[in-house]
Design a protein around this ligand. Structure first.
Ligand SMILES: Nc1ncnc2c1ncn2[C@@H]1O[C@H](COP(=O)(O)OP(=O)(O)OP(=O)(O)O)[C@@H](O)[C@H]1O
Ligand SMILES: [Mg+2]
Length: 481
């Protein structure tokens, strides 16, 4: 894309604020190496193309835009004389990629002073060596801070994710492994029982009867009610008595399993009625294995279901396979974050959810919002710990005019008035060295305010701190559309 060449007037160029105080010779050199170009409405250069020229607007209107995801987002629109853009990092040489980091177009016929990138870099180095050093320091200093912050951001997410997850996964996984081992042993014993049956001590009718009872037993196990410890112990006593009365050995050992499986004396009476007296003990033993294997399979089912729920929550939390920007239900995000952090929150902190489920989904960067919740919950937990360790964390959602409110309220130590103005500053922390970096709230602020155009408010007194995140219900783009 190039414009129509026009004469370069050193005086006109010298009047632009950027070239203030340049000598006539210097202005002459600029005009000699550069050129003035006039562009009709339309594109001037495109983001990502090699940055070959430095543009200074003499008159007209420019629009700068950047590609975010699949969209072009306008970042600046101005008619201010002297604004510049293009290869303005040329003086950093090959230490940074020399490509346009935005796209520029003009919305009316617009005149630019255009300088080739090499000439721009040359004159800066030659005419302003000290400014160049300062700029370099600023640029690379900021880059390394940004890098450190991003790194920490990712580590934080990863750290809380894996710490929470490994802890939470451990219990059901261990339970499933234990249950599988016991199941293997029980199935082995059943094979052994089968061998005895095969020796022909039972008639085909009795076998058919037993198998029928076995089927009905398995069905009962699936529907077993949950009993209170007192009810369970009463029933165990009754079942033990029944077994003793019928001369079945080790009744006290079998009774708890039967009760857990929902079997009672009525059912035992039915079994007794269906088989001859002499084979009753074997029949009960046989059914005991059936019940045990059913219960073990239930346990394996429960633990593996819990594992898969946890993995779902981890996926929801990390948003690994989801679009970075989409409509999201904040409650799902909050729940997955609370699930990930449940080990960190611990049993001594009560978590109360006051969700307004009628709230709509909002346009958001869900993985980043999860990072915000993580930081705020982390802070609430620390504050409660500092106040003795026991307390309540209330997570509330509500509508606040055209915004959605997510409030984290804790019963911790509170934020002293003299700290309130500084808690969002990067590196401000009251935690001991090595415990906090003071970046949690800084990161959260940038995610909520810069990326979501929302805001964070703080209200605090000892024992009652509320951090309120307000997010727009619709995106700015949708509103203007
Ligand atoms: N809910 C809260 N109750 C009391 N004080 C808080 C609360 N949230 C934040 N603060 C104060 O604000 C400071 C800054 O918080 P921030 O999350 O930015 O950093 P940090 O928690 O100290 O460290 P990091 O989050 O990096 O581990 C905390 O050190 C603490 O003094
Ligand atoms: Mg923190």
């Amino acid at each position: 894309m190039s414009g129509q060449l026009m004469p370069c007037n050193p005086q006109e160029i010298g009047a632009l604020f950027l070239f203030e105080k340049l000598t006539p010779e210097q202005l002459g050199r600029l005009c000699g190496a550069g050129r003035v170009e006039r562009f009709e409405p339309g594109p001037v250069y495109t983001e990502g193309d090699p940055a070959t020229c430095f543009y200074v607007m003499v008159e007209g209107t420019v629009v700068l835009s950047r590609r975010v995801g699949g969209d072009d987002v306008e970042v600046n629109r101005t008619s201010q004389r002297g604004v510049y853009s293009g290869a303005w990092q040329a003086y950093l040489g090959d230490r940074v990629p020399q490509v346009y980091n935005s796209s520029m177009r003009v919305t009316e016929p617009t005149r630019f002073f255009v300088l080739p990138a090499e000439t721009f870099a040359e004159v800066i180095r030659e005419w302003f060596p000290m400014a160049l050093h300062l700029l370099e320091g600023l640029f690379f200093g900021q880059k390394s801070t940004e890098l450190a912050v991003n790194q920490r951001e990712r580590l934080l997410a990863l750290g809380s994710l894996s710490a929470g997850l490994t802890h939470e996964l451990n219990n059901p996984a261990a339970a499933a492994v234990r249950a599988t081992a016991t199941l293997r042993e029980r199935v082995g014993k059943m094979r052994h029982k089968l061998a005895i049956i095969a020796q022909g001590s039972y008639s085909p009718e009795v076998m058919a009867n037993l198998i029928d009872i076995q089927e009905r037993t398995a069905e009962r196990v699936a529907k077993a009610p949950t009993l209170s410890p007192l009810e369970a112990s009463d029933r165990e006593d009754a079942v033990t008595d029944w077994l003793d009365d019928h001369d079945i050995q080790d009744g006290w050992r079998i009774a708890p399993t039967f009760v857990q499986a929902g079997l009672d004396e009525d059912w035992l009476d039915q079994v007794a009625a269906a088989v001859d007296e002499e084979i009753l003990p074997s029949a009960i033993g046989w059914l005991n294995y059936t019940v045990e294997t059913e219960l073990l399979m239930d346990e394996i089912n429960d633990s593996t279901t819990r594992i898969s729920h946890l993995v779902d929550a981890a996926k929801q939390y990390s948003q690994l396979d989801r679009a970075p920007f989409r409509n999201a239900d904040v409650h799902e995000l909050l729940d997955s974050t609370l699930m990930m952090l449940s080990a960190k929150i611990g049993p001594q902190i009560k978590v109360v959810r006051e969700y307004d489920r009628t709230l709509p989904e909002i346009p958001a960067y869900p993985a980043e919002l999860n990072q915000v919740w993580t930081n705020l919950i982390d802070n609430a937990v620390s504050a409660i710990d500092s106040a003795g360790g026991e307390g309540t964390l209330t997570v509330r959602t509500a509508r606040d005019h055209d915004r959605l409110l997510v409030e984290f309220r804790d019963t911790g130590v509170g934020i002293p008035a003299e700290h309130r103005g500084r808690i969002f500053d990067p590196f401000f922390t009251t935690k001991p060295v090595g415990e906090g970096t003071g970046l949690g709230l800084d990161i959260s602020w940038r995610i909520v305010v810069n990326k979501h155009h929302g805001t964070i408010q703080v209200e605090s007194e000892p024992g009652d701190t509320r951090i309120q995140v307000l997010l727009p219900l619709t995106s700015a783009e949708e509103e203007s559309a």
